[in-house]
Design a protein around this ligand. Structure first.
Ligand code: CS2
Length: 475
């Protein structure tokens, strides 16, 4: 079978780009061209390319060579399979180049000089922030980048050195658009960039503070990792082989704060929502989609399920997340303009049930130490302050603790920046209520005010005991 590339595009049985990909300028530099980026922002920019050729993408991988190695022989083309009641296959051509940062930082800086927009999907941990949202100057990559600004390891290091060179050359800053599931992602990122720059030169930090547009965003589309089943399915459908197709649900949403630059893309023409109230959208999404997702992940794995839709078929679990959303979280939220929060919850529950998608709970369970504070503790703190019942919100925390325990006992790999610490801690547990205190001592996850709150501690201990009892029944 032939392989996907510009040369074989005419043989492909899929929706094809309605523009000539070779004419796109590299107007966007994107850090972290993983599955989510290729499912989401790259698809929007692919639609935009039909009318505006300025926004082709240069993807920059900070660690692995995999995306570059898969996409370069395919001239950047890949298949986006949308899995719902109907299955769609579309060839995306907006990624025109993929660079691997550590191989050639100068090539990345060159692109940063020539682009108009920088976007990122580097995950929560890629921002190198403390739990309070400020840049972590003790983070190994940040320490490295302050000493070696010309060969950075972190996304922050690249952005700051790219801005420094632009200032030196008399250019304006690029527009920086973070696309990760972080509250106030634009504010946090800009704060981190300014703080890093201030270590070099206060005037430079002021220049960034005044001139850098870094809007907050909300991004949404459920994107399970690529597997061999998808590769086979895509090859059968489109008639050529694609080394790295991407799958997602049909639903997709991108909300960007509307103070972005003149002369930029016509975002709304491709379905992006521009608003002055991103925080309301982003809080709703983080707490009503990502929070329940993490709840299903840990509670579902605890019950032996593999995928989100399987977990949703368990009435106890689907009832838990539904109540958590509607009874615990919705009352805490401001309703974004034109949105109906209970309707939003029902739509999310339907998306979780999507039978066309095999979204692995183990994928969502990655990086729990980073995700739980944002997704669950945020709601829980507010619920506590109002004197609301927090027993359901305690369940994902207790289930995560059992998840860590299991990883420590089985020796299975755990993806989490705190993995070493968590595994060590998980080995010393006694499988009793007292385990909870061991976890609550993790200051990177549980702030002092919460860990010392008796109502909170009791709720997590009670949830933990219930999970232990369920394990006894299974055993
Ligand atoms: C998920 C998200 O893996 C996870 O943690 O909760 O990737 C989720 O699928 C997306 O945010 C949906 O937009």
């Amino acid at each position: 079978m032939k392989h996907l590339s510009l040369a074989t595009l005419s043989d492909v049985k899929a929706e094809k780009p309605a523009y000539d990909p070779t004419t796109l300028a590299l107007g966007v530099v994107h850090f972290g061209p993983g599955a989510f980026h290729r499912a989401h922002q790259a698809a929007y920019l692919d639609a935009l390319a039909v009318t505006d050729p300025r926004w082709g993408i240069c993807g920059v991988s900070l660690h692995s060579t995999g995306v570059r190695d898969a996409l370069t022989p395919q001239n950047g083309l890949y298949t986006l399979a949308t899995l719902d009641e109907e299955i769609g296959y579309r060839i995306i051509a907006s990624i025109r180049e993929v660079l691997v940062g550590p191989e050639n930082p100068e090539a990345v800086f060159e692109r940063l000089m020539g682009c108009g927009i920088v976007t990122s999907t580097v995950t929560e941990k890629g921002y190198c922030l403390h739990a309070d949202g400020a840049l972590d100057f003790g983070h190994g990559d940040i320490v490295h980048d302050l000493a070696n600004p010309q060969a950075p390891k972190s996304f922050i290091g690249y952005v700051v050195e790219g801005l420094r060179r632009r200032r030196e050359a008399g250019l304006a800053p690029f527009v920086l658009i973070p696309c990760d599931n972080l509250p106030n992602n634009g504010r946090r990122l800009k704060g981190a960039v300014v703080a890093f720059a201030a270590r070099f030169d206060a005037g430079f930090a002021d220049w960034i503070e005044t001139g850098l547009a870094c809007p907050c965003t909300m991004v949404d589309s459920i994107t399970p990792a690529t597997d061999d089943a998808l590769r086979t399915r895509v090859a059968d459908a489109i008639g050529v082989q694609d080394a790295w197709p991407i799958q997602r649900e049909a639903f997709t949403q991108w909300v960007i704060e509307d103070h972005i630059h003149d002369g930029g893309p016509d975002w709304t023409s491709v379905g992006v929502t521009l608003t002055d109230n991103v925080p309301a959208y982003e809080r709703a999404k983080l707490r009503l989609l990502n929070g329940p997702h993490s709840t299903l992940a840990y509670a579902g794995l605890h019950k032996g399920y593999e995928t989100v839709s399987e977990a949703m078929n368990d009435p106890e679990l689907s009832g838990l997340v539904r109540d958590l959303m509607l009874k615990d979280v919705v009352p805490l939220l401001e309703t974004p303009k034109g949105m109906d929060l209970p309707g939003y919850c029902e739509a999310i529950l339907k998306r979780f049930r999507n039978p066309a998608i095999r979204h692995l709970l183990s994928q969502i369970a990655w990086d729990g130490s980073q995700k739980l504070p944002i997704r669950i503790l945020s709601s829980l703190q507010e619920a506590l302050a109002r004197g609301n019942d927090i027993s359901r919100l305690a369940v994902p925390l207790a289930a995560w603790m059992r998840f860590v325990r299991k990883k420590a006992a089985t020796g299975e790999a755990m993806t989490d920046p705190l993995a070493g610490e968590l595994i060590a801690l998980g080995k010393g547990l006694s499988d009793s209520r007292t385990d909870v205190a061991v976890f609550l001592a993790l200051r990177a996850v549980f702030p002092e005010n919460l860990a010392g709150n008796a109502v909170f501690v009791n709720a997590v201990e009670a949830a933990y005991e219930r999970l232990l009892a369920a394990e006894d029944v299974v055993a």
